[in-house]
Design a protein around this ligand. Structure first.
Ligand SMILES: [Zn+2]
Length: 429
């Protein structure tokens, strides 16, 4: 994409969704052998609190200066007595010990943060502002307290592992981690507004500056992961995956991370449809709203063939509106919808359909007369919505042909399925 490669991001954000996998201990039983182990749920609260107290009770700068960057390992200022029963999935060699055997934790380790930050840092060099956002799933006491302790440790460790990094911890409220509701409330009240503020600030500094978002959710419940991914989808996050961490406890080596689908996004938040000042764009949004209402009304009819014929391939309707200036100088809006008749050449996108409707009504229409195209992903049956829905590659090539001689041409997409919040952007190549 031309607009995506020409500028380095001004601000890069890594959202690291933390959990108990973020804290490991290095333990030994005095035999000279060290094990890297994770704490079991029940031991988590007591041990993490003890670790936090140990690290807080000594001279902190010199304690934390011991953090070894390569492996994200921090020696504890004093050994912490534990027992084998405290540990989850102990390494094979530890199974020779009895659950009640005493072991000492001599260091803590942050292997997921280390792996995620290493991947993030390698992609965000230069004068880019880098921020780590720590999120975690809502949970119920007493587990909620232990994750907070882990968050505090990571907040302290992160800038030492990655100098210059700012850290923001967005604590969730207490709630059931296995339900979508509490996570949705947390994300919409904390995380999304935080991103909106960054976008507004970026845009204030420089309308062309860019934001790069990385999302690392290698721990967390399925409900939390789903909500988080969905809420940040419009920011096109690159996904930071640490493949081994979910299948086995770490041994000696440090985890490595893979980054998938890296994409910069424009530094502009969605805005209220009602606040769009341009007459042409407002007309497209109004007409799209009416088109959406008419479509919803039409598919209530038991006789339509949308699912069985017109949209046989995906059952996903797309609605578009093109606004253009006609011969008498006034603006007109034209509707379009996608068609996916089951034939090799049976697909037509809503955007191009709307443009052909305009051309059929006004064959003298020129490219510079076309002000904008609004695109909305509708719903048929129980398929989910897909907004914001960007034009596909074929449509973008078409639209770029309009933008070539008409730099004011814009694409309007919708941040929500009610079509009340909009993005107005140039065509992305
Ligand atoms: Zn298309």
């Amino acid at each position: 994409m031309t607009t995506q490669t020409e500028a380095q991001p001004r601000h890069a954000v890594l959202v690291h969704h933390i959990g108990h996998h973020d804290l490991y201990l290095i333990a030994n039983n005095g035999s000279g052998r060290n094990w890297t182990v994770a704490l079991k749920g029940r031991a988590m609260l007591r041990r993490t609190r003890q670790i936090a107290e140990l690290l807080a009770s000594r001279d902190q700068p010199s304690t934390w200066a011991q953090l070894e960057r390569q492996t994200a390992t921090l020696p504890l200022p004093a050994a912490l007595p534990c027992s084998v029963a405290d540990f989850r999935e102990p390494p094979g060699s530890m199974e020779e010990l009895e659950p009640t055997d005493a072991v000492s934790a001599t260091a803590v380790r942050f292997p997921l943060l280390q792996a995620a930050l290493a991947a993030f840092d390698s992609r965000t060099q230069g004068d880019c502002v880098r921020t780590l956002v720590l999120t975690w799933s809502p949970s119920l006491p007493p587990h909620s307290d232990s994750v907070v302790e882990v968050a505090h440790l990571l907040e302290r460790a992160a800038p030492l592992l990655s100098p210059g990094l700012s850290v923001v911890a967005l604590a969730p409220p207490v709630g059931d981690p296995f339900r979508v509701g509490p996570m949705e409330g947390y994300v919409s009240e904390s995380l999304v507004p935080w991103f909106d503020r960054q976008l507004v600030e970026l845009q204030r500094q420089d309308a062309k500056s860019r934001l790069a978002v990385y999302l690392s959710h290698n721990t967390g419940t399925s409900a939390a992961i789903w909500v988080l991914t969905n809420a940040l989808r419009h920011l096109k996050p690159a996904l930071v995956a640490i493949p081994k961490c979910r299948v086995r406890p770490i041994t000696g080596e440090v985890f490595t991370a893979e980054v998938h689908e890296e994409t910069w996004v424009d530094a502009a938040p969605a805005r209220d449809a009602a606040s769009v000042a341009s007459q042409e764009f407002a007309m497209a949004i109004d007409e799209l709203q009416r088109w959406k209402a008419a479509y919803v009304e039409a598919i209530r009819s038991p006789h339509h063939e949308l699912g069985s014929f017109w949209l046989a391939k995906s059952s996903k309707p797309v609605l578009a509106v093109v606004v253009c200036r006609i011969a008498d100088g006034s603006m007109r809006a034209f509707r379009g919808c996608n068609m996916e008749v089951s034939l090799p050449t049976g697909s037509l996108c809503a955007e191009r359909n709307a443009i052909s409707s305009a051309l059929a009504a006004y064959p003298a229409m020129r490219r510079q007369d076309v002000a904008c195209v609004a695109v909305y992903g509708g719903q048929l049956g129980d398929k989910r919505f897909d907004n914001p829905l960007e034009p596909c590659g074929v449509c973008r090539e078409w639209l770029l042909k309009i933008a070539e001689i008409n730099p004011h041409f814009r694409v309007i997409t919708f941040a929500d399925d009610e079509a009340t919040r909009v993005h107005v952007r140039p065509v992305e190549g």
